[in-house]
Design a binder for this molecule. Structure first.
Ligand SMILES: [Zn+2]
Length: 243
């Protein structure tokens, strides 16, 4: 879906956000996306999984039920509206099975990432953290790292992992690496846009004090901000930066 027409200049950067589910892009880096757009960068958001269970069996060839199709359609409309608020230029939906990305061939996910890296030639990529509780998040993280191996003559974007409320902090502390941010984006000026974008995803949000409530996400932004002495921030782990 082409949401807003790009007005790129020679100084504008290309940004790709690889998110597993509709809403992860806003939860993880919505304020930072809005900042990129304000700076004149071109932002492409690619959402890999459907966000709802549309098929009882992911390998089945049966078409999804009409109720599932309707829900999918509504969720995609929410995603378009949310990304419009952030000013995202391109929003693309893939149809990997929800919460079952470990059931499909890893190579298929890697190839999809490679395709979009080739198309958008990103200077910077935002994606999931390696140790999230959600399996789709972990699979997508691994696939992005594999697809962007810095081989000669390849596109070598900076890669940043974001945190997703109700997944990153819910993982067992003895599995993988805890999210320990070393890169922050001051979103004091764009937290309002992030909150408004989350408002388009109300079907995905829960009531306070659930970790994925609007209030919890605002608290998280203020907490991350306080770590760097600003009103609000989004926190990331920088995986690689070449210059
Ligand atoms: Zn997710």
């Amino acid at each position: 879906v082409l949401i807003s027409s790009a007005s790129s200049s020679s100084s504008s950067k290309s940004v790709c956000v690889f998110a597993a589910h509709p809403d992860d892009e806003v939860l993880g880096c919505g304020g930072t996306i809005a900042k990129h757009v304000e700076r004149g960068d071109i932002v492409n958001v690619i959402i890999f999984a459907e966000g709802i269970f549309s098929r009882s069996n992911p390998s089945s060839e049966d078409p999804p039920s009409s109720v599932a199709v309707e829900k999918l359609d509504m969720l995609r409309k929410s995603a378009v509206a949310a990304n419009q608020i952030l000013g995202v230029h391109n929003l693309q939906f893939l149809s990997f099975p929800d919460n079952r990305m470990d059931s499909i061939d890893r190579l298929d996910i890697i190839k999809a990432v490679e395709l979009y890296v080739e198309e958008h030639k990103p200077d910077r990529i935002y994606t999931h953290h390696s140790s999230d509780l959600n399996v789709d998040h972990r699979r997508l993280h691994e696939s992005v790292v594999t697809a962007t191996r810095p081989i000669p003559n390849s596109i070598k974007p900076s890669i940043l992992s974001f945190e997703v409320a109700s997944s990153t902090e819910w993982q067992s502390p003895t599995i993988g690496h805890a999210f320990q941010p070393n890169f922050f984006s001051d979103i004091s000026s764009t937290l309002e846009k992030k909150t408004a974008a989350l408002g388009e995803y109300l079907c995905e949000m829960r009531d306070w004090p659930h970790a994925r409530s609007v209030q919890a996400v605002q608290h998280q932004a203020h907490y991350r901000g306080s770590q760097i002495g600003t009103n609000s921030a989004e926190a990331f782990v920088l995986l690689r930066h070449i210059e």
